[in-house]
Design a protein around this ligand. Structure first.
Ligand code: BGC
Length: 267
């Protein structure tokens, strides 16, 4: 399995992982899913992530999608994570715990990378906005195929609230809204995105992309709007892809055992 890497998608309820064929953009193993520990502290989540990959084949790098803005391997925000995550150097924490090179990125950015390479965004140039509608709303902005990371557009203000509190897919379920009524909220959100970014294409991802017939007919927006194609595998595939393309080729940073080893003489 040369062109393979592991992808991990960390969410509020589950941590999902699989080996990924990064040339074909599909899972190369069964998907392992464990419940997100509570409280979801960095230590507990890192440990559970280790359990999810223990049985997976291959020894390639690991990509991890987190619902947070990630800059230079550090967590900058924690809207749906415990506050202790802010400031944590997650790239090093995961690399050490997993014993392999790790790369961490925003979960929606990961899903967007997978859609652009293998799914609904393949071959699309111009301004493309991938929106993941799930517990929250994630966003990934692409300009001629290049990701502008960490856009966090689920937190745009809509009627005095975070947009994700009005238009995420979870809100439809929680409030028992019909698809038609929820689609009105979605349309309002898409209009807001449009007024600010004027995208050529909007790709709607997250769990709802598996049921486009439920809501696509109600979507009314200026730009082209299409459902994502990789459904809930996008986060795993995109994280693995990013790891394969950017993780350092050397092994993980020194483990405790290696750190204790005596320094080698230079000659
Ligand atoms: C977080 C984003 C994340 C999105 C989807 C938002 O609440 O701030 O980082 O991409 O949820 O999980």
């Amino acid at each position: 399995m040369s062109a393979s890497a592991i992808g991990i998608d960390i969410g509020g309820t589950g941590i999902k992982a699989a080996a990924v064929d990064v040339q074909e953009g599909r899972l190369a193993s069964d998907r392992v899913r464990l419940l997100t520990p509570h409280p979801a502290t960095p230590e507990a989540v890192v440990a559970t992530a280790g359990e999810t990959i223990a049985s997976l084949p291959g020894d390639g790098p690991v990509g991890i999608g987190l619902p947070a803005a990630i800059v230079d391997g550090h967590v900058m925000t924690a809207a749906n994570l415990a506050k202790e995550w802010v400031g944590v150097g997650v790239r090093d924490a995961f690399s050490e715990a997993l014993g392999r090179p790790a790369v961490v990125l925003n979960d929606a950015d990961a899903a967007g990378l997978a859609e652009m390479r293998f799914g609904a965004g393949r071959g699309e140039s111009g301004v493309v906005m991938v929106l993941t509608l799930g517990t929250g709303i994630g966003s990934a902005l692409f300009i001629d195929g290049e990701l502008v990371p960490n856009t966090e557009l689920g937190h745009l203000e809509m009627r005095g609230k975070d947009a994700e509190e009005r238009a995420a897919a979870s809100v439809r379920e929680r409030k028992g809204l019909s698809w038609k009524r929820w689609s009105r909220r979605l349309n309002e959100y898409l209009a807001l995105i449009d007024r600010l970014f004027w995208p050529d294409l909007i790709i709607l991802g997250g769990g709802i992309s598996k049921k486009p017939d439920k809501f696509l007919a109600f979507v009314d927006a200026r730009p082209r709007v299409v459902p994502a194609q990789l459904a809930n595998q996008a986060g795993i595939v995109g994280a693995a892809l990013r790891a394969y393309e950017t993780a350092p080729r050397q092994r993980a940073p020194a483990t405790a055992a290696r750190r204790r080893a005596p320094a080698r003489s230079r000659r």
